[in-house]
Design a protein around this ligand. Structure first.
Ligand code: GDP
Length: 641
């Protein structure tokens, strides 16, 4: 419930200070209700209010007492009580009003109110924690949280090892690098937190769950290898997260490395090095020799200083769980990162569907070192939760263990329901883009050749619409991958494939997450659709229905007939008369009609998943073993009026 100050503040925001109601002025709101109150009883419920309802809607959250109701509406409580009496519903000042009564009284007084049902305990406490604003004087500088991203083997693990002074890379590789590492180090008295996710997918998955824990992305690029596919992906992921990038140009010790070439490659991916006039710091370093590592840390601190990351250490702590495990002796151990407030031993914590009292905390690097308090940006191992929370679950400190238990139980129930229903967050689709107005259309683009990227980007740049902004988060050559879907999921993006298809994993994940993948083979068709979507005009007249996927196991060349593909239906089915897209190495080679579909020697209408069949395509014989046919049919969809 709001206190008096908050209510007064709210009134001010609504431009409804008491002085806004000059006493005795005809036509004012005060007169409306006074009039209403003075009307004879039989005239009260006319059901018609000719006076224009007040524009500002007053939101009332149940449960509400008669007194609070009057306060919210800025009416003397005696008037409300009198009104209730008149309406034949006598109530005391402390009685609770139900939704119908509140609505009825408000309608009688010609006031525009919206009645909200009570929030759950979880909503109430967590929304309050999330929305609690810190006084500027309470905000204190906090260490930056850094994530290393980059192509595999470019030296992320080695660099972090060098920085924290341990040797995980050579010794315990596989064991620890599978996990999220989170460490805090001190450089000349300044702290830096490193959160190392295994690959950028984990980074993005956390973001998809609303757990954005990174302030600065360090893009590790091996000088001998340059920008590789995962470097490109990492750039997109960092850009989508909206965090500054620092490039660690690693392996500078290798003789003959061509630094200008790598800088050129970075520049061509819109990562313009500062020495070339851009805004990205590139630090040449070597995890092997240690050269440049100090400079890398200094650069990180400079970027951090520029952004002035702050948090209030005085409030109740909140943050995220990076990972957790269940240990037979010690119970649940959660590696958490404090983002706001100070986490203390003894605090009551709810984290996802886990809850408990903080029994103890230890440093993440020297795990024997106990910690009594963890300040913002500090990672700690937390002991005392009743079970292991999920990676990316947010944690909150509450006052009451019963409330924590209740929230955790509700969360567990919710997660269970979601698992059962397999529900995904509703993501944007091109068709509903317009209805969700004020949108940015986030695009992830995959094409067969680099030339298409440039051509498509140029066409998209021509599309202008005041209400919709287009942001290309990633544009890359090659088939659509799981990482693309994860990025789309985290960024509410649509994936556009130009002459490429998603692989099986990407397809399954996209379905699970409700991410739209649209595929095109003509550029103007793609841009026409985007344009139409921006104008709210996209109404597909024909709809493609996917039937199934078939793999070619053997090819038979039969003279006078042509090549027959000996196939197995991997998923779905294939029908006579449908079309197939021929896919080789995740690229669409062509689109053909099925000439004949046979089981053994007989023509058949359809073949279901798991069965073998013989397929001959119309006008195409250059089939190879391992080719995949994607069967589909076109269905007419009536235009919406
Ligand atoms: P990650 O996959 O990005 O974590 O890469 P790793 O840290 O596992 O490094 C991959 C390989 O590159 C390992 O064999 C490292 O020894 C080697 N490596 C890492 N940094 C350097 C460096 O600065 N110079 C040289 N010469 N080799 C390096």
């Amino acid at each position: 419930m709001m206190n008096r100050d908050q209510r007064q503040q709210k009134r001010k925001e609504r431009g409804m200070g008491k002085s806004a109601l000059p006493p005795g002025r005809k036509g004012g709101r005060q007169n409306d209700y006074e009039e209403a109150l003075n009307r004879p009883k039989h005239l009260v419920r006319t059901g018609q209010n000719t006076a224009a309802p007040r524009k500002n809607k007053i939101v009332i959250t149940l449960p509400i007492t008669v007194r609070s109701f009057a306060e919210e509406l800025e009416l003397p409580v005696t008037k409300v009580i009198a009104k209730l009496m008149q309406m034949g519903m006598p109530m005391t000042i402390t009685a609770s009003m139900d939704a119908d009564t509140a609505e009825l009284v408000a309608a009688e007084l010609n006031l525009n109110v919206e009645i909200r049902q009570p929030q759950s305990l979880e909503e109430k406490l967590i929304t309050a924690a999330e929305e609690m604003e810190d006084a500027p004087e309470d905000l204190k500088s906090r260490p930056p949280v850094i994530t290393f991203l980059g192509h595999v083997d470019h030296g992320k693990t080695s660099l972090l090892d060098r920085i924290i002074g341990i040797d995980v890379c050579s010794g315990e590789k596989g064991g620890i690098t599978q996990h999220i590492r989170a460490y805090q180090i001190s450089k000349d008295g300044n702290k830096i937190t490193f959160v190392d996710t295994p690959g950028h997918q984990a980074f993005t998955e956390m973001r998809a769950r609303g757990a954005n824990c990174t302030d600065i992305a360090v893009l590790v690029v091996a000088a001998d290898d340059g920008v590789m596919p995962q470097t490109e992906e990492a750039i997109s992921h960092a850009r989508a997260a909206g965090v500054p990038i620092v490039v660690a140009l690693n392996k500078i010790d290798i003789p003959g490395v061509n630094v200008p070439k790598v800088l050129q490659e970075l520049a061509s991916h819109d990562v313009l090095p500062s020495e070339w006039g851009g805004d990205v710091e590139v630090v040449k370093c070597s995890a092997m020799t240690g050269e440049g590592v100090d400079e890398l840390l200094d650069t990180i601190l400079t970027v951090a200083e520029l952004h002035d990351y702050k948090a209030n250490p005085k409030r109740a702590a909140m943050g995220i769980c990076l990972e957790s495990q269940l240990n037979q002796d010690q119970g649940a151990i959660a590696k958490v990162l404090v983002q706001k407030g100070t986490l203390k031993v003894g605090d009551i914590v709810v984290c996802g569907s886990a809850y408990g009292r903080v029994k103890s905390m230890t440093e993440t690097l020297q795990t024997k070192n106990r910690v009594q308090k963890a300040l913002p940006s500090m990672p700690v191992n937390l002991f005392g939760l009743d079970k292991a929370p999920g990676a990316g679950d947010k944690f909150y400190v509450l006052d009451d263990i019963t409330e924590a238990r209740e929230i955790a139980a509700r969360k567990a129930e919710f997660e269970h329901q979601q698992d059962m229903a397999g529900t995904a967050v509703k993501h944007v689709t091109l068709e509903d883009l317009f209805s969700t107005s004020g949108q940015t259309l986030n695009i992830i683009l995959r094409t067969d050749v680099r030339g298409s990227i440039e051509a498509i980007k140029a066409e998209i740049a021509k599309l202008e619409n005041p209400e919709v902004q287009i942001r290309i988060l990633q544009a890359m050559v090659g088939g659509i991958t799981e990482a693309d879907v994860a990025l789309a999921d985290a960024s509410n993006a649509i994936i556009f494939g130009f002459n490429v298809v998603p692989d099986e994993n990407a397809r399954v994940l996209a379905e699970q997450k409700g991410v739209q993948i649209r595929r095109y083979d003509i550029i103007y068709k793609m841009t026409d659709d985007i344009k139409a979507a921006m104008e709210g005009m996209l109404k597909p007249e024909e709809k493609e229905t996917e039937l199934g996927r078939i793999v070619v196991q053997k090819r038979f060349v039969i003279s006078h007939v042509g090549t027959i593909a000996g196939c197995r239906v991997l998923s779905g089915m294939v029908q006579r008369g449908c079309r197939v897209r021929l896919i080789r190495e995740n690229r669409i080679i062509g689109d053909y009609a099925i000439d004949t579909l046979k089981r053994e020697k007989d023509d058949v209408k359809e073949v279901q998943q798991g069965y073998e069949c013989g397929i001959k395509l119309q006008n195409f014989n250059d089939i190879k073993e391992g080719d995949v046919f994607e069967a589909y049919k076109i269905e007419e969809v009536s235009r919406k009026l």
